[in-house]
Design a protein around this ligand. Structure first.
Ligand code: MG
Ligand code: ZN
Length: 187
């Protein structure tokens, strides 16, 4: 292997990093959840890759365009940057659920692509999100799954198919747990 593969933290977008306003398509409506930029910054400082993986079926449903989505993602990155935080990658599935694509979470298309492009060791990685599909993605990808109780998290907690490795009140607590877990995994 040319380069040693590294663990990454995959983050859901809506309801995990920013407020989930439902099919978010207006950059002016992007609002970071409290503490989320700080949490991303902590991962940045520890040189742990941060990759956003997001289902954006609003494109496939015709609710908004790819260009609207780009504007929202750009705004999200701007808001994070203002607080000194950055994401290493951002991958999304634009398809309609009926398309049966391989990239809509909990399918692993997005994490596999990111793993190839960034040299990520999925077995030592984490997925953080507010939905059952995020935890299922973690399990399907062979990573650990952390459910956050922001966004739809409280509602989704009772619907989990396979248990989460940790349930955190928000992204900040999730990242704290991940950093501890990574320490424990280090030989
Ligand atoms: Mg979400
Ligand atoms: Zn897709």
């Amino acid at each position: 292997m040319a380069e040693k593969m590294k663990p990454a933290v995959f983050l859901d977008r809506d309801g995990t990093i920013n407020e989930d306003t439902g099919y978010l398509s207006d950059p002016k409506e992007v609002r970071l959840l409290p503490g989320s930029a700080e949490a991303v910054k902590r991962l940045n400082r520890a040189s742990i890759k941060v990759v956003v993986v997001s289902n954006q079926s609003g494109v496939g449903r015709g609710y908004f365009t790819d260009s609207d989505l780009s504007s929202v993602n750009k705004r999200l990155k701007e808001l994070l940057k203002k607080e000194g935080a950055a994401v290493d990658g951002l991958y999304y599935c634009p398809h309609h659920p009926d398309d049966n694509c391989g990239c809509r979470k909990p399918n692993t298309g997005l994490t596999s692509k990111a793993a190839l492009e960034h040299g990520i060791d999925l077995a030592r990685s984490y997925v953080v999100g507010d939905k059952v599909s995020d935890i299922e993605l973690a399990k399907n990808a062979g990573a650990k799954g952390i459910l956050v109780l922001t966004g739809d998290g409280i509602k989704e907690k009772g619907r989990l198919i396979r248990p989460a490795d940790f349930v955190a009140k928000d992204l900040s607590e999730a990242v704290r747990w991940i950093m501890e877990d990574l320490k424990g995994a280090r030989r």
